[in-house]
Design a protein around this ligand. Sequence first.
Ligand SMILES: Cc1cc2ncn([C@H]3O[C@H](COP(=O)(O)O)[C@@H](O)[C@H]3O)c2cc1C
Ligand SMILES: O=C(O)c1cccnc1
Length: 351
Amino acid sequence: MNLPACWTSAIDQPDHKFAELARTRQGVLTKPPGSLGRLEELAIALSAQQRSQTPAVDKVHISVFAGDHGVCSEGISAFPQAVTAQMIANFAHGGAAISVLAKQLNANLEVVNLGTVGDVPQGLAGVIDEYIAPATGNLASEPAMNEQQVAAALDAGDRAAERAAQNGAQLFIGGDMGIGNTTSAAALACLLLDQRPEQLAGPGTGLNREGVTHKAQVIEQALIRHGSDRSPLALLASLGGFEIAALTGAFLGAAARGIPVLVDGYIVSVAALIGVRQQPALRDWLHFSHRSAEPGHRLVLDALAADPLLDLGMRLGEGSGAATAVPLLRSACVLHNGMASFADAGVSGAS
Ligand SMILES: Cc1cc2ncn([C@H]3O[C@H](COP(=O)(O)O)[C@@H](O)[C@H]3O)c2cc1C
Ligand SMILES: O=C(O)c1cccnc1
């Protein structure tokens, strides 16, 4: 098994010297100290992560990872599996939510196709073929992936982070597309957080109460089958999705390359938590964009000690919540870089 280097090699901490410089600057800008609240903290964290006195998120790289899930045969989604492949084409044609938001942000958007049951037309612009298999195994009755498949997915994520680095990205966003993936994410979260399926199974794309109860039962079967190994690799192989493993690899890869990450919703947060369990130093590179309406997200965020910027009732995935929060990070940076100091502006400081 060939795991990418970022799986085990140490991730550096953000540079605290730049954090100190940024904190000092925030204290002399023409405002009561602390009055820009979390925008100040964002600017300080981005300065340390980017090793820059003028942090910026002008160049945003968005990778949407797509893959199908064998567990769909258990009837756990409100939508058919064919949607995964159809949405890949929609991403490429500019019609998906993340396509529109990426355009608004002038961000670089790519779609990494790890394998779908439905056909994806060849040669779609911005779609990168990282085919592993048509779908994962049905996690209720068999491992979702073998170790080679997990390694391939982690590696595909790491390569996305490398492309972001090559493009000079100042921020990395990972998105997910895979019908059935809230079941996979919930099963993973059960073992990561030691919680019951009823706590972590939610409506996803729109299941009713009966549907959510059935989904929790399917997850319960998966947990019984899984056994006791809680290592990140074993969890991914047993219960993961190709796109979830790729997201974990991408976040570790981005942090290893010094690129801060803006985390999206439920599925992406579970991938981030797996990365943090593997490499706790990853946590210092993560910003959290929003609290998803998927009920289990709250518990996953708590486990990451994360207080996301937005709570808009969004529950889409694709990286859409993260993209929606980018303007806040941009505001934090332009305020930090552009405001005058008390001394420069001739404004009196606190007495
Ligand atoms: C048209 C459409 C676009 C989407 N974009 C993201 N998702 C989101 O919903 C799916 C997860 O929900 P579940 O586990 O209930 O299937 C994933 O594909 C996720 O990315 C979508 C879902 C649909 C239907
Ligand atoms: O929060 C998410 O990421 C989410 C929730 C429901 C469906 N798809 C994604």
